[in-house]
Design a protein around this ligand. Sequence first.
Ligand code: AMP
Length: 219
Amino acid sequence: MSARLNLVVLGKQGAGKGTQCHRLAAHYGIPHISTGDILRSAVKDNSALGREVAAVLDAGALVSDDLVIKLVEARFREADAAGGGLLDGFPRTLAQAEALERLLGEDGVKLCINLDVSTELVTERLSSRRVCQECGSIYSDTDVEAISGTCSKCGGDVIQRADDRPEAIRRRLAAYEQDTEPLITFYTSRGLLATVDGSRSPDEVTAAIQAVVAGRVLA
Ligand code: AMP
């Protein structure tokens, strides 16, 4: 194995990418690079980038390839990414996948994990998802934190993301089909795709991903 462990996690919104990446990043000691998190935090900070992308995010549309590619390039230059990174939400289009190949050079993507979950199940998960605006903890609409609107971990406001509302969910899943599914073909053709059933419990999914990484990358 080369020194850098670069992994891509693909999957529809609500497939469990955030939860799994959080665990896998800690397990492998590489940063979780989520373009969605980077963009949302820019919106929250009301930075120039945030003001540029806020409306796009609210509508559940994709921001431009150029913009996210620059963000990912900058993120890989940070010291904690010297050993690689776990990419969540990037690449989203073929142009981004090709840019990532150029960016990583010889030390390319080691494996692309495709978290497979049906559209029905992700729609159900997304509509009931609530999130803490401060620390990013995820809750379900039936959890006490969602009902009270207060995060039990940090006291922040627990809200429904604007892009987790029904119309935005439909748009985001349509964008996924159109733009991202070709990436499955892209990584399959490079012999780098591993499909994992994401409908099982979070622990079972983590174990399945670790088994496939152990067998195909770290072996
Ligand atoms: P996510 O949390 O990955 O669902 O991303 C939330 C939103 O951020 C998306 O609906 C897009 O508006 C934007 N976004 C995140 N990653 C990308 C990307 N790789 N390309 C374009 N837009 C993105």
